[in-house]
Every structure is written in structure tokens, then in C-alpha cells.
Write a protein that binds this ligand. Structure first.
Ligand SMILES: N[C@@H](CCC(=O)N[C@@H](CS)C(=O)NCC(=O)O)C(=O)O
Length: 272
């Protein structure tokens, strides 16, 4: 969204963070040793290629590096407000919250995937000993992540932090059109993405049934052309294809082994 707002030419590379776990492949680890999305590679003719990780840093670099409308307020008070909203977003453990609270079968699959992730990381560590240290860090991160998902009190605390932030936003939006003040900024951008995640988890009533200012603000954010151009929602069919592409070859191999065993047993019996 920030790239669209700035009028920068960009292309997206789809990284399947589950079930294919492409973020653990060595090519991605080299770009982003924390093995998370997003990652931004800035390719320009005039400056050497730069790789940026962590959304708050990515957003600030996009604003600083490219011309186009400024996404950082000029006055000190608004700039301070913007940074405090960015920090508040950065501190939320949204990944843990999402994995714990994702409803339905998707939720079951996501939580189950945490065990598969460990196996995949151990495999990648063995295959790529030159990256062993970063794989160890990721394994430690994964252990904390799994612990957090199972800790109901901890997840309830994250929920409270989110709801407190929403209350504060709703109050500040009484006097201003945007989170940092009277101008659209990186704070609006970054929190719009959080609302996308909360909506996906089924918490839209947190701003449709209560917090009217927030509801008005989010409608305006979603009406910006950058929202439609930058969000890419998978249809259920595309989601199914994504999972099938990873699972089907495995099922095929298992069936091949079963048929081979059956054939060997049948051969052994007939030769008796
Ligand atoms: N603070 C980081 C958080 C990134 C993050 O947690 N990304 C998750 C999205 S669910 C991810 O890539 N998870 C994959 C993994 O940890 O294996 C940022 O904003 O860039």
C-alpha cells in the first residue's frame, strides 16, 4: 500500500509461508534471516540494491527513499503520534494471536502446522549447515511461538492490548481524520493491515458494533485506491490449490509405497 501511495513501480513475489514453508528455504533466509514476511528489495539504477525487512522499517524506508506524497507528517506532534502508533503495532504479538484464535478447520491446520514447521526447520538446518545459527534462532522463536499459542491467559492479554489500542484510536479519531492527525500517514497504513487480519479472524464487530469513529476511519482507508491495488485475497479455490500442490505429491508417494508393499507381499505369497 505504501508503494502504491508513493507511486513507486513494484512487483510482488508470493512466498508460501504454509504449508510449503518457502520462508525456510536458503534463498529466502539469505534475504530475511528471521524467516518472516514481508521483505522488500529495492532495485534502482542509481543506487545499489537494498534488502529491507520488518514492516515498520520497510514503511519508513519507502517514504524516505522515494519521491511522491510524504507519508510522514511535517509537524513534530503528529510525527510523534505516528511513531507511537507504529511502535504500538510492532509490539502486538499478532502472529501468536492469529494462530491461537483462527477459527474453524483453518485454525486447526495452522496450529498443527507448528509441529511441521519444527520438522522442516530441522531438515533445512541439516541440509544447510552454513545457516545453522539462524535456523537455531528460528527454532527458538518457534518454541516461544508454540508456547504462546497454548497460553490462554497470554492470548487474552494480547486481545486486551488490541482492544485498548482500538479504544485509544476511536477516541483520537473524534478530533482527527487520521491516526497521527490531519494527514494520512504510515500509521494509517500499518494499522489498516492489522484490521485486515482482525477481520479475517472474525472480529469485525469490534468496530462495526462499537467504536463508530474507527468504523468511519476504516471505511475511508479501504476506499483508497492503494487498498484495492495492494490487497490480494485468495479465493477458497486458490487456497485449496495451494494446499493441494504441497499435500498431493506426498499422498501420491505414500500410495506408491503401499502398492509396492502390496505387490511384494502378493508375490511372496504366490511363490510359496
Ligand atoms: N514484526 C514483523 C513480523 C513479521 C511476521 O511475524 N510475519 C509472519 C506473518 S504470519 C510470518 O512471516 N510468519 C512465518 C514464520 O514465522 O514462519 C514485521 O512486521 O515484519
Amino acid at each position: 500500500m505504501a508503494l502504491v501511495e508513493k507511486g513507486v513501480l513494484w512487483t510482488s513475489v508470493f512466498v508460501n509461508i504454509g504449508p510449503a514453508f518457502e520462508q525456510y528455504e536458503p534463498w529466502y533466509v539469505q534475504l530475511n534471516p528471521r524467516m518472516v514476511v514481508p521483505t522488500l528489495t529495492i532495485v534502482e539504477h542509481t543506487i545499489p540494491q537494498r534488502v529491507l525487512t520488518d514492516s515498520a522499517s520497510i514503511l519508513q524506508a519507502i517514504d524516505a527513499d522515494f519521491s511522491g506524497p510524504s507519508l510522514v507528517p511535517q509537524d513534530d506532534l503528529s510525527r510523534h503520534r505516528m511513531h507511537s502508533w507504529l511502535d504500538r503495532q510492532d509490539q502486538l504479538r499478532l502472529r501468536e494471536f492469529s494462530y491461537a484464535r483462527q477459527p474453524g478447520l483453518t485454525g486447526v491446520a495452522l496450529r498443527y502446522s507448528l509441529g511441521l514447521r519444527r520438522k522442516r526447520l530441522l531438515k533445512q538446518r541439516k541440509r544447510n549447515p552454513n545457516h545453522a545459527a539462524v535456523y537455531d534462532q528460528k527454532l527458538a522463536d518457534l518454541a516461544r511461538w508454540r508456547e504462546a499459542v497454548e497460553d490462554d491467559d497470554g492470548i487474552a492479554k494480547i486481545q486486551l492490548q488490541i482492544q485498548n489500542a482500538l479504544d485509544a484510536m476511536d477516541r483520537s479519531l473524534v478530533d482527527h481524520d487520521f491516526l497521527a492527525g490531519d494527514h494520512y500517514s504510515l500509521a494509517d497504513l500499518s494499522w489498516t493491515a492489522v484490521f485486515g487480519r482482525l477481520e479475517h479472524l472474525g472480529y469485525a464487530s469490534w468496530w462495526t458494533d462499537e467504536r463508530p469513529q474507527l468504523s468511519r476511519w476504516l471505511k475511508a482507508m479501504k476506499a483508497r485506491p492503494s487498498h484495492a491495488q495492494a490487497t490480494n485475497t485468495l479465493t477458497p479455490w486458490q487456497g485449496l490449490q495451494l494446499v493441494a500442490r504441497v499435500i498431493m505429491p506426498k499422498i501420491f508417494v505414500v500410495w506408491l509405497i503401499k502398492i509396492a508393499i502390496f505387490w511384494l507381499v502378493a508375490e511372496a505369497i504366490s511363490s510359496l
